[in-house]
Design a binder for this molecule. Structure first.
Ligand SMILES: [Zn+2]
Ligand SMILES: [Zn+2]
Length: 460
C-alpha cells in the first residue's frame, strides 16, 4: 500500500495532489499530469500544518497546567505561532568493522580468546537534527511522528500570515556532521570494534518546519509562557515570563521551494513515465534515456546485458600505479590474490571496474554484500547499447555511487597489506566519470526487498 504523505499543488489542475515524501516524479491523482518534483542533492522544505487554532492552543495550555497542578491561564496576553526548522537526514549507513578479540567458551568453564572476522554492517539511517537554538523553545527533537500525518510542500503563501518562521542557524553540512556523529556514537555503542571504513550512501536532507504555539498568560501580575505542540495538540513545556523570540527569522534566501514541472522528454517532448523514486527515465518515443540531475535532465547511454531482469549498477574504470600499472582484471588479480573469480580466462585483458549499485534495497547489509560480490567477480556479460527492459529503479546518483564504490574497494582490499601502500590511495574525487550498466540479477531475495522499497518513517 502506498504511503502518501507530501501534498503539492498540481500545476495542471491546481488541486492538492498527494505523493510519497522524497518522490522525484508523480502523476496527479485528479488530472493525470506527470510532474518532476525534486532533484538529487536538493534540500526540500516541508511543513506540518497546525492542527489547532489560538483557542485550541489555549485549551492545550490549560490541560498542561492542570496536569502540573498549576493555576490555569486566566489573562491571555498573546498567543504566538512559530515554525521551527528541523533537518531530516536519511541514508544508508555502512560500516566495515575490524576483527575483534572475543572470549569464547570452548568447553564448560573454560574460555579462549577468538579473533572474529571483519564484519559488514549496513542500516537505514534516519535522524532529525534541530536547525535552531533548541533551548529557547525547549524542544530538542521532532520525536516520532505518525506516518499518517501528511507533510506539505513549504511555500510562503501556504502558511498563515501570523506564523513566525524561525531561521536556521546551522547549515545542511553542519547538520550532516552532527548526524554522522550520532551514527558514530551508535556504532561504537553496539560494536566491540572500530570500523575499518565507513560510508553514508543515498543521503537525502530535507527541512521540516514544525508548528508550535507559545501561549503567554498572566496571573497576579506574573507572566508565564506555555509551549504547545500544534500537531499533538499538547503542551510540552513552559517558561517564566512572556516568551518572545528574538533570534533570526528565515530569510528564505537559500531555500529551494518545490516547484512541480511537467515531466517530459527534453529531446522530443513526449511525456515521461512517473516512477516516484527513480532518477532514470527512458523515452520510449525517441529511444533516448535521461537521468534527473540538479538542474534538469542529462542524457545517458545505457549498457544492458541480455537478461529477463536486470539491476542497474554504476561502474567506474579503475587504474592504479606504483612501479607497475594496474588496469585489467588479471593485473588486479595480482593485488587481490584470493579473488580467484578474477582468474577466469574470459576476463583476462578486460578493464577492471569499481561497481556500485544504482538501486536501493531495504536490507542494507545484503545489498552491500551483493555489491561487494560484483566488484570481486568483475562480471563479463556482453553489454548492448540499448534501453533496459524490466529493471529495478535507479535511485542512487553518480556522486553517491562513487562514494560507495570507494567504500567497497576499501573493504575488498582491507586484508592486502600491499594495497595499503600510499601510492594506491584514492578517493571518490579521483575516479573518472561513471556509466550505468544493467546486469542480470540472481539474488531474488534481494530483488523482492528492493521492488518493495519504501521510504522510512521519521525516527529520532
Ligand atoms: Zn492535476
Ligand atoms: Zn523523447
Amino acid at each position: 500500500m502506498a504511503d502518501y504523505r507530501l501534498i503539492y499543488n498540481c500545476p495542471g489542475c491546481g488541486k492538492p495532489s498527494k505523493t510519497p515524501e522524497g518522490a522525484l516524479t508523480n502523476r496527479c491523482e485528479y488530472c493525470g499530469l506527470v510532474v518532476r518534483i525534486g532533484a538529487p542533492r536538493r534540500v526540500l522544505k516541508y511543513f506540518y500544518p497546525s492542527k489547532i487554532d489560538q483557542y485550541g492552543a489555549r485549551m492545550a495550555a490549560d490541560r498542561y497546567l492542570k496536569n502540573k497542578n498549576l493555576p490555569l491561564t486566566e489573562n491571555i496576553i498573546k498567543t504566538n505561532f512559530y515554525y521551527l526548522p528541523f533537518y531530516r537526514f536519511r541514508g544508508m549507513a555502512l560500516d566495515y568493522l575490524a576483527p575483534a578479540i572475543e572470549m569464547v567458551e570452548v568447553s564448560e568453564g573454560s574460555v579462549m580468546p577468538v579473533k572474529s572476522k571483519p564484519a559488514l554492517k549496513g542500516k537505514d539511517f534516519d535522524v532529525t537534527v534541530s536547525a535552531f537554538a533548541s533551548d529557547q523553545f525547549k524542544l530538542a527533537t521532532l520525536g516520532i511522528r505518525p506516518k499518517a500525518t501528511p507533510l506539505y510542500a513549504f511555500s510562503r503563501d501556504e502558511l498563515s500570515e501570523e506564523a513566525i518562521i524561525v531561521g536556521s542557524n546551522i547549515t545542511p553540512s553542519q547538520a550532516e556532521k552532527q548526524a554522522m556523529e550520532l551514527h558514530k556514537n551508535n556504532i561504537s555503542l553496539y560494536n566491540k570494534s572500530e570500523p575499518i571504513c565507513s560510508a553514508m550512501i543515498g543521503e537525502q536532507i530535507s527541512v521540516i518546519y514544525f508548528p508550535v504555539w507559545a501561549v503567554i498568560h498572566e496571573k497576579e501580575g506574573r507572566l508565564n509562557t506555555v509551549f504547545v505542540d500544534a500537531l499533538a495538540k499538547r503542551g510540552y513545556n513552559q517558561t517564566a515570563g512572556g516568551f518572545e523570540y528574538d533570534g533570526s527569522k528565515s530569510t528564505e534566501r537559500n531555500s529551494y521551494f518545490i516547484k512541480p514541472m511537467k515531466h517530459q522528454c527534453p529531446n522530443c517532448g513526449a511525456d515521461l513515465q512517473e516512477k516516484h523514486f527513480s532518477l532514470f527515465y527512458p523515452c520510449r518515443n525517441c529511444d533516448r534515456a535521461f537521468i534527473i540531475n540538479s538542474d534538469g535532465y542529462r542524457e545517458i547511454k545505457c549498457l544492458t546485458a541480455e537478461a529477463n531482469f536486470c539491476a542497474p549498477y554504476w561502474r567506474f574504470p579503475l587504474e592504479l600505479k606504483s612501479r607497475k600499472q594496474y588496469r585489467t582484471v588479471d593485473e588486479f588479480y595480482s593485488l587481490l590474490t584470493s579473488e580467484i573469480a578474477l582468474l577466469r580466462k574470459e576476463k583476462r585483458g578486460r578493464q577492471f571496474y569499481l561497481y556500485s549499485p544504482a538501486f536501493k534495497a531495504t536490507d542494507v547489509t545484503r545489498w552491500a554484500k551483493r555489491a561487494s560480490g560484483v566488484l570481486k567477480t568483475q562480471p563479463h556479460d556482453r553489454l548492448f547499447e540499448k534501453l533496459p527492459s524490466e529493471s529495478l529503479d535507479v535511485c542512487i546518483d553518480e556522486i553517491e555511487a562513487a562514494e560507495m564504490a570507494v567504500f567497497l574497494w576499501r573493504m575488498a582490499s582491507a586484508k592486502y597489506s600491499k594495497i595499503q601502500h600510499d601510492s594506491f590511495y584514492f578517493t571518490e574525487n579521483d575516479l573518472p566519470q561513471g556509466e550505468l550498466v544493467w546486469l542480470p540479477v540472481q539474488d531474488f531475495m534481494l530483488l523482492s526487498k528492493s521492488v518493495d522499497f519504501r521510504e522510512v518513517n521519521i525516527r529520532r
